[in-house]
Design a protein around this ligand. Structure first.
Ligand code: ADP
Ligand code: ZN
Length: 439
């Protein structure tokens, strides 16, 4: 199937009108399947006075009520399954970053589709049969490890299924087994690079790494620059979530101008998270996905809470599937500090613009009295720690100014020595909101 730069050229470069025709046909099938096989969707449709036949065009999708994370939690574990339980072949669960776990169940056809999407995604970034793919996403209930495993297996690369943790051992095995592709969270990549440098391993000389596939948490272009420079690789953003399949929903191509959403499997919309109003491409909002091929737990208009912008312009890589820009954050990660909306990614943008600072930071919000306090802890790089000429008061003032110009808020800055902030081997925890329970 693979041909030069495409894993599946016919689908990846399908003319847009044909893609829309395919989507409409699949949408009608998916809606009918949900109406007939799910008490949850049947009731939702009845309550909205909607019948499957009312979906005649792609725009008609807007008549369908949204599905939200709590629907999955309320129907835990199998209330939203629409197939014979005997047809379930695999079960995953979300890491529970924001509450109780959410179950992802798969039929064999769902696993096959996931594997195809992951193969396509890895191939898009340049991963090939000749590669040694080091998978440091967690294996287990989390979809990260197994999702990458499925894709790497399909392109017939050599897989090192190391999973997360054991940082020193990871570095040794990357050297000894000749890893060329690294898959993990961006925060773990930063950590790996840091430990390598600290233990005298030169990633550019002692490793054969060429590319990295990083996702599962928000990260910025500044972090990308750091990872690329430290590890000597080309870094790609990869996005997905348990509710849709896991990783493999969208992938960055070599143009690095957004992530192609595999639209033959998903319909994408953006909405205003407060009003639910559907937005146009180019307008920032919450991503809403409808699955077109999922059979075990199909999702109709699933609200992700992830904030991004859709770009439907043609991409120079030749793929016709729409792109989503880097995720700015989750709507539920958004902090309201003294009435001002702040995303951790804005703080990251400010912090990462200082070469003296390491790629670690922590936001601490509290309310000791009537007013919110907003503090940002940052860490010096090893080099900056050694620089006796560095004036920390000036640096502090500059960081404060940068954060203020981006968020409109003045933050208290605490500069700590290198290695003092907590590291993460999975998804990073950047925010400590101590106001909870005090409001
Ligand atoms: P949890 O919600 O418990 O973290 P998942 O493992 O399903 O469970 O994580 C999916 C979520 O992770 C997405 O909804 C999104 O918020 C985040 N995520 C995944 N990939 C990326 C990415 N490339 N950039 C930013 N955020 C991402
Ligand atoms: Zn592209």
């Amino acid at each position: 199937m693979a041909n030069g730069k495409y894993w599946n050229e016919k689908i990846e470069t399908i003319p847009v009108p044909e893609l829309r025709k395919h989507q409409l046909r699949k949408l009608k099938e998916q809606v009918k399947h949900c109406y007939e096989n799910s008490t949850f969707y049947h009731k939702k449709f009845n309550d909205a006075g909607l019948k499957p036949e009312d979906i005649k065009t792609l725009e008609d999708i807007q008549k369908i009520p949204f599905t939200v994370k709590n629907d999955l939690r309320d129907n835990y574990p199998f209330g939203m399954v629409t197939v014979d339980p005997a047809d379930i072949v695999e079960i995953h669960a979300s890491s529970g970053t924001t509450g109780n776990p959410i179950i992802g169940a798969y039929t064999q056809s769902d696993v096959n589709a996931w594997q195809e999407l992951m193969a396509r995604s890895i191939y898009t970034t340049g991963g090939r049969k000749e590669d040694v793919i080091h998978i440091a996403y967690g294996y287990g209930l989390f979809t990260g490890g197994i999702g990458f495993h499925y894709g790497a297996q399909k392109i017939e690369a050599a897989i090192v299924p190391i999973s997360g943790g054991m940082t020193q051992r990871q570095i040794k095995l990357m050297q000894d087994l000749g890893a060329t592709v690294l898959c993990c969270t961006p925060s773990f990549a930063v950590y790996l690079a840091e430990i390598m440098i600290k233990t005298g391993v030169n990633p550019k000389k002692d490793l054969k790494l060429r590319i990295g596939l990083f996702g599962a948490e928000p990260w910025s272009d500044k972090i990308r620059e750091r990872i690329e420079a430290d590890l000597g690789i080309e870094a790609f953003d990869v996005y997905g979530l348990t509710e849709l399949c896991g990783p493999g929903v969208s992938i960055e191509c070599n143009q690095h101008k957004g992530l192609h959403i595999w639209e033959d499997h998903f319909i994408i919309e953006t909405i205003n998270p407060e009003t639910g109003e559907v937005l146009s491409p180019g307008e920032e909002g919450e991503l809403v996905f409808t699955t077109l091929t999922k059979t075990a737990i199909p999702m109709l208009r699933f609200r992700t809470r992830d904030i991004s912008v859709i770009n439907t312009e043609t991409c120079a890589c030749g793929r016709t599937h729409a792109r989503m820009m880097r995720i700015r954050g989750r709507s539920d990660d958004m902090l309201i500090i003294r009435g001002v909306n702040v995303f951790p990614s804005q703080v990251e943008l400010a912090v990462m613009s200082f070469p003296e600072l390491a790629a670690q930071y922590q936001i601490v919000v509290d309310r000791p009295g009537a007013l919110d306090t907003f503090a940002v802890k940052v860490e010096l790089t090893e080099q900056a720690c050694k620089n006796r000429k560095l004036d920390l008061n000036v640096l502090k003032r500059d960081i404060q100014g940068r954060i203020h110009s981006i968020t409109g808020l003045s933050a208290e800055i605490e500069i700590v020595k290198c290695g003092e902030l907590p590291r993460s081997e999975g998804k990073a925890k950047r925010v400590l909101d101590l106001r909870k329970g005090k409001m």
